[in-house]
Design a protein around this ligand. Sequence first.
Ligand code: PLP
Length: 403
Amino acid sequence: MFNPNDIREQFPILDSKVYGRPLIYLDNAATTQKPRCVIDAISEAYCTINANVHRGVHHLSQVATERFEEARRTVRRFINAPDSRQIIFTRGTTESINLIASSFGDTFLKEGDQVIISTMEHHSNIVPWQLLRERIGIEIKIIPLKADATLDVEAYKELFTERTRLVSLTHVSNVLGCTNPVKECIDIAHSHGVPILIDGAQSTPHIKVDVQALDADFFVFSGHKMYGPTGIGVLYGKEQWLEQMQPYHGGGEMIQTVKFEKTTFNELPYKFEAGTPDYIGAIALGKAIEFIEHVGIENIAAHEHSLTQYALERLSEVDNMRIIGCPDGSAVSLLVGDIHPADLGTLLDRLGIAIRTGHHCAQPLIDHLGIPGTVRASFALYNTKDEVDILVEGIKRVARMFA
Ligand code: PLP
């Protein structure tokens, strides 16, 4: 087990002060802070190996290309994908899902076909399917939640018909902090012959992901939520789908030959990487993965789990506290009496505590729960029990002000 206080020294921003108080950063589900090694990797890459990848015979371009492809191999190892060809670099989870909705949709779906998502999805796993619905007339079916706001797996089983073509489901809810039984959901989808996309934005930074053990058809995540830079993310897919899917964007890199009459497309993964990729971001993401592997994802999971349990314990001291959902990972959503989440968040901010308030890009879930939003504290490997104590004392203080 690691000591979070040692880890903190590697994150320069954690020394910041906010309104003269030490920063308590508990908005990690939105984005994590970056360790020095990731920041340095970006600077080092620009200072020493910067050149456009896959395009030059010259030395620098070849070195940049090798480092970019090495990052792809690091991602492959991290999620245990069978082959680096199945790792497509995107701008993040949102772009990965849009790519699948567009390319899988154009290739395999037609009017009246059905895609299953759940009530607890992030907007990025709702809106791309709605755009596809507008475009080709698919039907979107929604997995309901049980009374405790966990996924209703029995109801999910009933949604399949002969027109179901894809399931797209979040691994961990960014609002409820619960981990969905994705392996079971994947097996159910496969028993109907239906492929399934898993949104790993909130799982990959916190728990071990093995796409082969899961048998997910697609798995997507964002670099910035796992100590990597912004603007880089990943789409993993099974070759059987990626090979058949039409390209997403057209342009340089994704082609084999271009004639005015007809263009032929590049092999995987380049078919889906049109234009100059964010190779510096990919290299820095590779460094973030090495950082996680060095600490140990199991250690990170255990630490964050114990912080969440401690937070739940301490929060129960607060009068009129409501925990929203059944958090089992690294994020806790709550409401206190009828204090509006935005008020609670604003006042906590004055105490130097950065937490998230609002609908967390999951408006249909918030509407379903019949609440104005939540206040969400989300933990990373550098958070401490002392910070949880400061959060709880801060919430008590705000609650007294409103009493
Ligand atoms: N899916 C989930 C569950 C998320 O929590 C988020 C971001 O909060 C996203 C998707 C979108 O991620 P990004 O904005 O990095 O594309």
